[in-house]
Ligand binder design. Structure first.
Ligand SMILES: [Zn+2]
Length: 205
């Protein structure tokens, strides 16, 4: 099973989420505060567990979203347009699945339509849907391209992501200036070097 379909399946089942109540999640944050050596009962920290769980709801909202639903509305009337469509540098904030620290970056998506196109904001929403989950950049790249490939059935599609990983910057190897790049191509973007290079030229800074 591909990671895209397994995550789509996991999203369909609310089982995991139902087992943990908000109160239990807040209690877990309180435990962590005590574990690092602070007093969760002091005034400044009293409301912190509530705030952390509230921000988690925002950071991890992507588990509640269905990529196929987002990409379900397509437009057939494209008046003979037969070139690539590119949305570049779509900002996102995600969290790495290894340290739960921020991954801040942008994704560029290009596709060669096969008789139908999708509203351009839907491409941005697809990036958000996968970013707002625990991620690795490699998996996120793959999930985005598979969602577009499986739902739009384009002639070709490419995804390029560049991102800062805070777990590399603020801990561990402490590399403040590293930037990670990933890319994946399908269909004509894979087989036609000229087309792929045009996409890559489009998204250059
Ligand atoms: Zn990490």
């Amino acid at each position: 099973m591909s990671s895209y379909s397994s995550i789509t399946k996991a999203f369909k089942s609310d089982d995991v989420k139902k087992k943990v109540t908000v109160e239990e999640a807040e209690k877990a944050v309180e435990t962590l505060i005590a574990w690092i050596g602070d007093d969760p009962k002091r005034e400044g920290l009293l409301e912190t567990p509530k705030r952390v769980i509230k921000s988690f709801n925002e950071h991890f909202a992507g588990y509640k979203e269905n990529p196929s639903e987002i990409l379900s509305k397509t437009f057939k009337e494209i008046q003979g347009y037969d070139d690539i469509v590119v949305l570049k540098k779509i900002d996102f904030e995600s969290h790495c699945e290894h340290h739960m620290l921020p991954i801040i970056g942008n994704a560029s998506i290009g596709y060669l339509p096969n008789k139908s196109i999708v509203g351009i904001s839907k491409l941005a929403r697809i990036v958000n849907t996968f970013a707002k989950r625990l991620q690795t950049q490699e998996i996120m790249t793959s999930q985005i391209i598979n969602a577009i490939h499986d739902n739009l059935n384009p002639i070709g599609v490419g995804v390029v992501i560049e991102a800062d990983h805070h777990c590399m910057k603020t801990r561990g190897v402490h590399k403040k200036n590293s930037l990670m790049l990933t890319s994946q191509f399908k269909g004509s973007f894979l087989t036609d070097e000229k087309l792929r290079n045009r996409f890559l030229d489009f998204i250059k800074n």
